[in-house]
Design a protein around this ligand. Structure first.
Ligand code: PGA
Length: 251
């Protein structure tokens, strides 16, 4: 079993000064030496800053999205190879905000995951149902459809990716899924990975959606919750460090 993985997702927040203060606080608190693996996904313009401040600190950094194209005339896009060039270990793909505001389809997300793996960057593949899906009893159908597109595209490389279950209704709302609700979906995703790859025990499945220092320990204690993808609480050093500190030690 891998260590718990706690990943900050700053979304479109930050400035050179704010980022430096936040990352320096993590470094000073020795977040890289904790029981959990720690990483942060920053806006592209700040990747070089993250690299400068985090290199050698055992805290990884990553992007929040990458292009489905390899290189070329795609103004405004950032390739997975560029992220790798900036030392990124991870890239988030298929976040619900990209699916919702940029009409990203399951197939596009799958291509992005494929590009990331080809460039040597671990994709953090986000899946999650809307409130309407949940109320219609479609949660399992939706998350399986989203993950299946990626598994199909990346094939035997599936064991190299991280999955994040982020119920859309829990993101930034303060309405966290209960540990039982989250665990039930994580178990479905685990079974799906197990059916696809012989190495599914390597996949870490993160929970994301209003995770805070107050609810992290209970969520992270669930058997199939291997870490967290943290939005709002990753913007405050103390809150994020408290989630890292609440992470269980795993072999
Ligand atoms: P939140 O965001 O922690 O602010 O709910 C999580 C995410 O969107 O990754």
């Amino acid at each position: 079993m891998s260590k718990t993985l706690i990943v900050g997702n700053w979304k479109m927040n930050g400035s050179l000064a704010e980022n430096a203060a936040l990352l320096q606080a993590w470094v000073q608190a020795r977040a890289g030496q904790s029981a959990a693996d720690v990483a942060v996904c920053v806006p592209s313009p700040y990747l070089a800053q993250a690299q400068g401040l985090l290199a050698g600190q055992r805290i990884d950094w990553g992007g929040q999205d990458c292009s489905a194209h390899e290189a070329g005339a795609y103004t405004g896009e950032v390739s997975a190879a560029m992220l790798r060039d900036l030392g990124c270990r991870y890239v988030i793909v298929g976040h619900s905000e990209r699916r919702q505001y940029h009409q990203e389809s399951d197939d596009l997300v799958a291509l992005k995951a494929q590009r990331a793996l080809a460039a040597g960057v671990t994709p953090i593949v986000c899946v999650g149902e809307t409130l309407a899906d949940r109320e219609a009893g479609r949660t399992e159908f939706v998350v399986k459809r989203q993950l299946s597109a990626v598994i199909h595209a990346v094939g035997h490389c599936s064991s190299e990716m991280v999955v994040a279950y982020e119920p859309v209704w829990a993101i930034g709302t303060g309405h966290t899924a209960t540990p039982a609700q989250a665990q039930a979906v994580h178990a479905v995703l685990r079974a799906q990975l197990q059916a696809a790859t012989a190495h599914a025990q390597r996949n870490r499945i993160l929970y994301g959606g209003s995770m805070t220092a107050a609810n992290a320990a209970e969520l992270l204690a669930q058997p199939d919750i291997d870490g967290g993808l943290i939005g709002g609480a990753s913007l405050k050093a103390d809150d994020f460090l408290a989630i890292v500190a609440a992470s269980p030690t795993r072999a």
